[in-house]
Ligand binder design. Structure first.
Ligand code: DQA
Length: 143
């Protein structure tokens, strides 16, 4: 069975209580349950992780290449808007990365409009709340 990495960056461990008016009330564990259900129906396995550390995300992207995963769903949180290291890692690994956001950064503060992740990602799903992850998984399945 093919695996899809679902990598989550800083502050996403606080989903459920973090600015619920923006990010909703589902926790990351709730989203993992939804993704597992959809993945099972699509015949995929999910490996979902969260870290607050930029370098750990880089290491996990390298691991995606080493283990030959089908695709990576990446919600890099605020590192989306700052991290040239993530941009370089996505370019380096040769694994399709789909950028994911719960909110729509394009409709928020100007500093969120730049996405280094988006400069190398194969696709982007944003602004749908937890459904962003599900739609991104469906797109990954179709790759
Ligand atoms: C986010 C959007 C980012 O701008 C923000 O820094 C986050 C969450 C989202 O899922 O909407 O941490 O990636």
């Amino acid at each position: 069975m093919e695996t899809v990495f679902v990598l989550n960056g800083p502050n996403l461990n606080l989903l459920g209580t973090r600015e619920p008016e923006i990010y909703g009330s589902d926790t990351l564990d709730d989203i993992a349950v939804m993704l597992d259900e959809r993945a099972a129906a699509l015949g995929l396995a999910i490996d979902m992780r969260q870290t607050n550390h930029e370098g750990v995300l880089v290491d996990w992207l390298h691991e995606a290449r080493e283990t030959g995963v089908k695709a990576v769903l990446l919600n890099a949180g605020a590192y989306t808007h700052t991290s040239i290291a993530l941009l370089d890692a996505i370019k380096a690994i040769g694994v399709p990365v789909i950028e994911v956001h719960l909110s729509n950064p394009q409709e928020r503060e100007e500093f969120r409009h730049i996405s280094y992740v988006g400069m190398a990602a194969a696709d982007c799903v944003q602004g749908l709340g937890p459904r962003s992850y599900i739609v991104a998984l469906e797109r990954a399945a179709a790759l």
